[in-house]
Each structure stands twice: as C-alpha cells, then as structure tokens.
Write a protein that binds this ligand. Sequence first.
Ligand code: FAD
Length: 482
Amino acid sequence: MIKKKLAIVGNGMGTCRLLDELVLREGTRRYEITVFGEERGGAYNRILLSRVLGGDSPDSIVTKTPEWYDRHGIRLIHTAKVTRLDTVRKSVLTEDGQSRRYDVVVLATGSQPLAPPIDGMFGSDGDLRSGVFVYRTIADCLRMRERARPREGAVVIGGGLLGLEAAKVLADRGLHVTVVQVAATLMNTQLDALGGEMLARQIAHHGIFVRTGKTVEGLYGDEANERVSGVFLDDGATLPADMVVLACGVRPRVEVAKASGLPVNKGVVVNDTLATEVPGVYAFGECAEHDGKTYGVVAPVWEQATVLAEVLTGKQRQARYRGSKLYTRLKVAGVDVASMGSLEPELDSDQVVQVIEERRNAYRKLIIRDGRLMGAMLVGNTAATATLVQMFDRGDPMPEEPLDILCSKPPSSDPAECVVCTCNKVTAAALRQAIAAGASSVDALSVATKAGTGCGSCKGELAQLVTLYAKKTEPLPLAVAN
Ligand SMILES: Cc1cc2nc3c(=O)[nH]c(=O)nc-3n(C[C@H](O)[C@H](O)[C@H](O)COP(=O)(O)OP(=O)(O)OC[C@H]3O[C@@H](n4cnc5c(N)ncnc54)[C@H](O)[C@@H]3O)c2cc1C
C-alpha cells in the first residue's frame, strides 16, 4: 500500500498523545508521518514544567526521545517553525524555507501566554524586557532559573493556576514573592469569592504575599541595561522586583491557520471530527475551537487526540468529539484545590451545599440540580474529589444526603468506578484490572492504563493500589482507598 503523507504541526502534549494513539491503531502503516516542532527535541510533559523551574533536569519531563520517533519510523523536524500551509499545493512551509508535501495535515500549535500591554514591559528591541518572563516552555523555565536568586524579589502577575504554581516554586527557591491579581480573589475562574479567600490564606502561609484587586500599571528598571527592578500598582504602591513573571492567561496559537486562510475565530474552527473547513486539514488541542469553546487543560486535548486517531486511521469512522467537561486541580504542594463545573447556582431550584472550616481555611461547595452535580469546589480538603469527578463526568445521581460525600462517608455508587487519574479518566476498577493482569509497579500501571502520565498528582494513590493488590491472588475486594 502506498502510504499517505501525514504532517503534524506542533510537537506538544496533544501531538505526543496523538502519535501514541496512531501507533496503537497501526497508523504508521497507512501514513508516512512528519512532525514539525518549534521547540528543541522530543515532546515533553508541559504540566510538569514546575519541576524544571524548581531545578530538575529538562530530560526528566521528556515523554518522547528522538529514538522513539526513529523506532516508529516517524520523522521529527524539531526547532522548525511552520509559517503557513499552502492548501492548494498541499505543502507545509517553514521559516527556514523548507517545503514538504502532505496529503493530510494536523495543526496542534497549542496556546501562547498573554502579555498585557503594560508600560515598560518591552525592551527597545521589542522583546520582553530583561527580567520579565512567560511560563510556557522548558526554555522559559531555564531562563527563569538562571535569573532567580534567593532573597531577591519576584512579582507574579496573575493569581490563576499557573501564577500560583510559579509563585510557589520561586518561593521554595528562596525568593520574596508577591502575586498581583486583578480580580478580587485568587483563581476566580475556578473558585467563588469565599473559596478564593480561603486559598489566599493558605498561599500566605507558604510565605507568598498576595495583592488582589490590583493592577500592575507599569514596570520600572535600570535605564542603562533595561533590566526590570520593580512594578507600579494602580493604587500608587511600588513593589521592587528582580524578576516579573507573566501568568495572565493564554490564547490559542492561530497564526499558521490564519496565514493559510483557514477559518479562525478564538481558535481554529473544527467540527466533531476535528476537521477544518478545508479538506484534509485538521486541528486539535489548545489551538482548536470546537462548538465555540477552546480549552486550556490537557484532558480535553487527549480526548480529541483519541477521536482524531480514530478518524485518521479509519478504525472507527463514526468517532466524534462532543466536547469535554472541565475539571481542574491546583498542583501546588501543601495547597489542595479542586474545581469542576459551575461556581454559582443558576436556577432558583438549584441546591447549594457548603462546608466552611474557618480555622483550617478549608471550604467545600456543591451545586446540585435535579439530583445531579452541576459544580463543585474544594479548598484545603480534596478527599472527595475522585467521587465528585466521577459523578460530574457521568452525570450520576447524587446521594440523598450530599453532605455524606463531603464528610468522606462511602459514596452510594460503586467505589471501584471512582476516577483515580482525572487527566486520563482512569477508574479504580480499570487500575485493579491492570494490576491483576500483572502491572506490579506505578510505572507499569502507567504504561498499562496511562494513569499518572498527566499532572501526576494521583501517583500516591497508584502506589497505594499497587501495595494493596499487586501480590494478591485471591479475588480483589471492591473498596479502594483514595
Ligand atoms: C506551566 C504549565 C502547567 C500546566 N499545568 C497543567 C495541569 O496541571 N493540568 C492540566 O490539565 N493542564 C496543565 N497545563 C496545560 C497543558 O500543558 C496544555 O493543556 C497542553 O500542553 C496542551 O497541549 P497542546 O498540544 O494543545 O499544546 P502544547 O503542549 O502547547 O503544544 C503546542 C506545540 O506546538 C508548537 N508550535 C506552535 N506553533 C508552531 C509552529 N508554527 N511551528 C512549529 N511548532 C509550533 C509549540 O512550540 C508547542 O511545542 C499546564 C501548562 C503549563 C504551561
């Protein structure tokens, strides 16, 4: 069979999963695959960047080495930025003047950090001023590491997931860190005001200063070498800072799609098969817009990758992507936060259940409509997360007494069906099946089920399951600790 040429633009987390799914479905027999990646080397787990910022080797988060691509006959062209597709001649054009033919092309260009137009943000060369950083790639982390010195000041602009994560790592490296957040509370897209307030108290316990409801109006610094030395706030205050980290959100990277004449809205517009309007051109991941929505976490990107692999290999022609339910978890050591769905009731009939533990700065809230979970947030005590994610994801009925879930009583539904790895939606039952089939370590369990390959926050639970069940030969009991 003559192979078709499949080109993939971008070599991030989405592409990494798409390649796995294609290999699994023998896609390399049907396609000659070429991956273009702007970053150096093989794909890596972007979610674990905080480790690199904290001092770990970049290699420790690499998920595909160059040998992996070779072994599967996939051509990786790294450090190559694609400028546009010629959709008439069907070729991919790169910044360094290369042109390669395709039959099918997939855009997986991800997102880019937003750099708000703040006075003094850019140097005379038009790039970010020296000492100002974004937090998206290994290269960003290595640059930040080089600049971060104990006892120096850092200002993080943005009090969302990424801002808090960066702030904690820099504080752990001994810097004096202040988070400046324009909204009235932290993580305001995932938590209500009380949740954000409780979170701010917990963050403060880690030695990080928090200024909410404040805007950074300008950056100041040494005129001679342009290096930043502080920020001005809108209330007239100044904060000295040897480094400033921008964590003000992301936007889909659509420049290749735009230059190629593809329909673009917030993201590259795709249908349920992840196809764009132009035949043979697909897009998925954070750069794609499906049903008016773009995503900024990995679970939907991986769900899209599976559907796209089915569509491209023709293994399941009916495969369709219908959107994802969102779940987020802050992975800052010692600060437990999980959130899903609505933050507030929307109908008069919606039921709200709240547990507030003032002295422990712990807060839990459920929003229930017609006996189903519409939203949940957990700050300071996330023990019920697995059960809630399962109920939210599948629309399972809530127990008569919802407080039972928050108070860690066994849920009425089967605990084996609880989702342990939320990035990959792997249940306790699936994990136990894999253990029974011979997976006797956390790594083996990850290979068999993909659990633990996302944010990794479930690895403790995986280890617990392995310890509990790995050597047992008798039938496994149903209850699972989580
Ligand atoms: C610090 C950090 C922490 C995160 N933590 C979490 C978390 O805890 N949980 C969670 O679910 N998600 C988290 N995320 C989000 C998660 O990383 C993304 O959802 C995921 O990486 C999206 O995958 P993607 O393939 O769409 O984009 P990306 O992984 O960004 O990959 C896109 C790739 O395309 C390349 N590219 C772009 N344009 C071109 C071009 N023109 N030519 C060639 N290559 C190009 C980019 O350089 C990049 O390598 C985090 C992100 C960051 C930055």
